[in-house]
Design a protein around this ligand. Sequence first.
Ligand SMILES: [Zn+2]
Ligand SMILES: [Zn+2]
Length: 500
Amino acid sequence: MVRTAESRERERSAREARANDFRILSEENTMSTQFRKHSNTNTQQRPKQPRRQHPGRNNGPTKLEIIPLGGFSEVGRNSVAIRCEDEIVILDLGLMMDRYIEYTDSDDLVEISGRKLIEIGAAPDVNILGKEKKNVVGILLTHAHLDHIGAVPYLANRFDCDIHATPFTTELVRRMYEDERRHPRGRLVAHDVNDRFVLTDKIQAEFISVTHSTPQTVMILIHTPYGKVLYCNDFKLDNNPTLGPKPNYARLRELAGTVDYLILDTLYAEHPIKTPSEKIAEEMLKDVLLGTQSKGAKIIITTFSSHIARLRAIVNVAKMMKRKPVFLGRSLRKYVEAAQDVGIADFSDVEIVGYGNKVKPYLKRIKNPERYLFVATGNQGEPKATLARIVNQRLLPLTDNDIVIFSCKMIPVPVTIENRKRLENELQAQHVRIFTDIHVSGHGAREDHRDLLNTLKPKHIIPTHAEMKGLGAFKELALEVGYKPEQIRIVRNGERVRVK
Ligand SMILES: [Zn+2]
Ligand SMILES: [Zn+2]
């Protein structure tokens, strides 16, 4: 059919009207009032059933869809694309760390091509986007863990767009590029937690503050004229965080019943608990450090370098013990300096030895190691990290009653199990006291999922960040909460989900 000038004009003004409606709707005041109205009427209801779609409309072009790129039905290399008509945003670009370490023999970022990373299954398969790749208008990142941002320096430059994240995550990404001697193709744009920003006429994004095990973690809410998608990957509901704010419950309550799809971290959906607060981990640390006989002992603690709250707690206990805190290792320096640069934590009271080759001479110079509290990288027993080097190369000779504390959980994959076994064997051979699992998780468990579903009442849910067993456990919970099976979509990478 030949389109007349008149029909083209009609289409154009309809498009403009749609964009206008969206802009007006998006004004924060109007929006919150609407959400409040909505949430008032919805708070007591069961989750909405999906509306049966008109067959004609169902067959029409898809306006809004979710394209899983990595981390669906698996743990790691998290990434998802949201397509609204001809525009796409990518949320997270992470690495599958065990495959990455197995291949590169390093837990740090090394010189390797994005193509190779995709080939070995260590990075999200962005090739799924094919020709749509040119339509990507933004890459948005939830938090600074490598399973969410590790692939950025390798893959982001395939897209001609900016990278958006909170200040801490942005600073980390900037340092990752620097380490790799690469440059981002677009800008690195920092947004505060709980900010909402415009990406295009059709797409806006909102960073909703949530707790996890690294600072300034956010859920990302994508607003489009065709519906809302909320990406909550990773999260915990910590009501006593030791650094940063509580989850933004007020906003989640406002959004009740309005989110079309929730993409949710369900790593610990099998565990029938509420994940304890970080406050508990702080107490566990105090219990071990202040409550055991440590006088005259050398003490080394290892934890996740990105866990700024935990590191701060360790420094505080060191002071109570009148020991001097020293951080040893490159990634500790990277994360701690980033936290200081964006003003979320102060480590000016800590000495940081951030270069691998400086650790040995530094430790050699120390006369009274029992007056120090050492924090070292390598909590998973990585052979090249500082802790394994200290132990295996006897950079700090350990003897009876010296203490090594693992303030972390071992990630149960073969390569890590093997590394940790070797390291712990060596420590035992040196008669060192080992304390493992002085830790609480950064991931919510079954009872956190229940609370989140009851607060947010999303219309549909896509569980992610877990293997089939965990996803199944989550589905069971969602059914218990009142969802219908068709409202819970368990998908694999590449399996597109139509929202509208
Ligand atoms: Zn995480
Ligand atoms: Zn994660």
